[in-house]
Design a protein around this ligand. Structure first.
Ligand code: GAR
Length: 200
């Protein structure tokens, strides 16, 4: 069975959607572990589904590299086929990215390359655009700069604030994420091939 580790920082609503999808015996991937960089509320979803979890608190390490070494050591315990960053609000250190890419994907609440970074929803609102979106990408050494695996447009509506817009984006992110993980697990998407094509 194709195995997935999911890393989170927050409420983990997208993680929960993936756990629900993966609970279907017909879904071709299983979440084997959930990790967090802090005492994230979303770890409760792992517990609900009987999935083990770990926390590597960023604040306890002297540098991003040392934090990444411990995160990498935790992932080595589980040896997942794929790592999903689902609201992990930290950049992975280059060494960890080098070890895992292209088998690490990230969900992002904007239509990349538009509005990369930690505030994709806020930045789209501030720019006054009529539409934004959701993306799932391969994580490379840049900030939200990796190859795009799936993305979809979402309109910005009059009166939207950051919360309202983000809550409309998230269901789209969930659908894209569940579909991308399914296609990777079945081999329909070849991450190495997508990554190599992006590099040229
Ligand atoms: C999601 O919208 C995800 O795309 C975003 O955090 C949210 C997590 O929501 N990630 C980023 O902005 C990464 N730059 P959740 O904890 O409810 O799943």
């Amino acid at each position: 069975m194709f195995t997935v580790a999911v890393l989170i920082s927050g409420t983990g609503s997208n993680l929960r959607a993936l756990l629900e999808a993966a609970a279907d015996p017909d879904y071709p991937a299983r979440v084997v572990v959930v990790g967090a960089d802090r005492d994230a509320d979303g770890l409760a979803h792992a517990e609900d589904f009987g999935i083990p979890s770990f926390t590597v608190p960023y604040a306890r390490f002297a540098s991003r590299e040392e934090w990444g070494d411990e995160l990498g050591a935790q992932l080595d315990v589980w040896k997942p086929d794929l790592v999903v960053l689902s609201g992990l609000m930290r950049l992975l250190p280059a060494g960890l990215v080098d070890r895992w890419t292209p088998r690490v994907v990230n969900t992002h609440p904007a239509y990349l390359p538009e509005f990369p970074g930690a505030h994709g929803v806020r930045d789209a609102l501030a720019a006054g655009v009529a539409q934004t979106g959701a993306s799932v990408i391969i994580v490379d050494s840049g900030v939200d700069s990796g190859p795009i695996l799936a993305q979809e447009r979402i309109p910005v509506l009059p009166g939207d604030d950051e919360h309202a817009l983000h809550e409309r984006i998230k269901p789209v992110e969930r659908r894209l994420l569940i579909d991308v993980v399914r296609r990777i697990a079945t081999g329909e998407v070849d991450l190495a091939a997508v990554s190599a094509a992006h590099a040229h």
